[in-house]
Design a protein around this ligand. Sequence first.
Ligand code: OOG
Ligand code: MG
Length: 256
Amino acid sequence: MNHQAIAEMLRKAMLTGNPVTQISKTFPNFSLKDATKVQDLGFILAQEAGEILAGYKMGLTSRAKQRDVNVFEPIRGYMLRSSEIPKQGFLNMKARIHPRVEPEVAIVLKHELRGPGVTLRDVLKALDGVYPALEIVDSRYEGFIFKLEDVVADNTSAAGFMVGRVNLMAQLDELNLLGITVRKNGAIVETGAPAAVLGDPLLSVMSLANSLGAESQGLPGGVVILTGGITQSVSFAKGDRIEVEWPQEVLSFTAE
Ligand code: OOG
Ligand code: MG
């Protein structure tokens, strides 16, 4: 098994919009360690192509998301600056395979957190911003079907993100039970609250810091951290209008 070749294949799938066969089908003993290596090589390929890190993401941190894709363990990935979606704007559907959108909480830290041993208290002390956000996931695998190892190699299906303007830091006590609505072409398709994410999305940041720490990497301050989908993701196609409504702010786009 050639990790570099797999990373190149997945990057090509992302750039062309042509899905590939699950790695675990071709290599039945493809391990989580292999998958992490492929994800890391994919990031190097992106950097070589001039891409810049925008931040990190956790995935599969809510039951709704885990059931959605039939994988029951949290995962982490990275996000590239080029994948940020302009606010209240349009989502370019070029090279998309089978995109889905999900509401998330985004966090920004004041300074680096370096695991292992990062606690919730450390996260709270380092907190700089808490924002409404949404993520686009678009698996590079045929049929949006994958195992844990496949989705880790595929950088956790990361395909785009939007972060709101309203900092919810002052309402931190209420954050977990804020009501969120996802609309597609005006109709409500999902509802939820941030508590769906591990009981508290800040625990997702703690896990992320410790997961990076296990690989001697810090979680930097100033970058975007997505804590994981709150509801099931919602598929959409060209022409669809998506709105993620928080009490404080609406994030929206039209796919075109
Ligand atoms: C995997 C990525 C999961 C989340 O927020 O749970 C994720 C997928 O659904 O394709 O980003
Ligand atoms: Mg997500």
